[in-house]
Design a protein around this ligand. Structure first.
Ligand code: ZN
Length: 133
């Protein structure tokens, strides 16, 4: 079951340069900055109510975020849904012919297990499933 939108991922060239904009816009402070080395990405999270914004900066010029920024510039990168059982959801979506980038969950930022769906099968939107560990 997909419970709610957990966060929106926004690709930025530099978290240092962009964080203040989002903190001021949202009237809230970043509660966590975390690097996910395996994805070549640095993340910063801001929460308002139940909603979170995840800023994503490339730490490696070959990372998916670096490629995204090169191709499309800064902007909304993905939408993440909170799920109760990520293994079950992966199975359900596989059966429904969605293309998964991750066939088994992996460690993501902010203490989550995550899996991405390919935008090819989701009308152009990069979708992340995430489950609190
Ligand atoms: Zn995310």
């Amino acid at each position: 079951m997909l419970n709610k939108i957990e966060h929106l991922g926004i690709a930025v060239k530099s978290i240092d340069a962009s964080l203040k904009t989002f903190e001021t816009l949202l009237g809230a402070e970043c509660y966590k900055v975390e690097t996910v080395a395996s994805e070549g990405v640095k993340t910063a999270f801001i929460q308002i109510g139940e909603s979170k914004i995840e800023l994503l900066e490339a730490t490696d010029s070959n990372s998916p975020i670096a490629k995204y920024l090169e191709k499309r510039g800064q902007g909304i990168h993905h939408i993440a849904f909170d799920v109760s059982d990520i293994y079950k959801e992966i199975e359900r979506l596989k059966k429904a012919d969605f293309e998964l980038i991750h066939l088994s969950p992996k460690d993501g930022a902010d203490n989550k297990l995550i899996a991405f769906l390919h935008p090819k099968s989701t009308e152009g939107i990069l979708v992340e499933l995430c489950q609190e560990k």
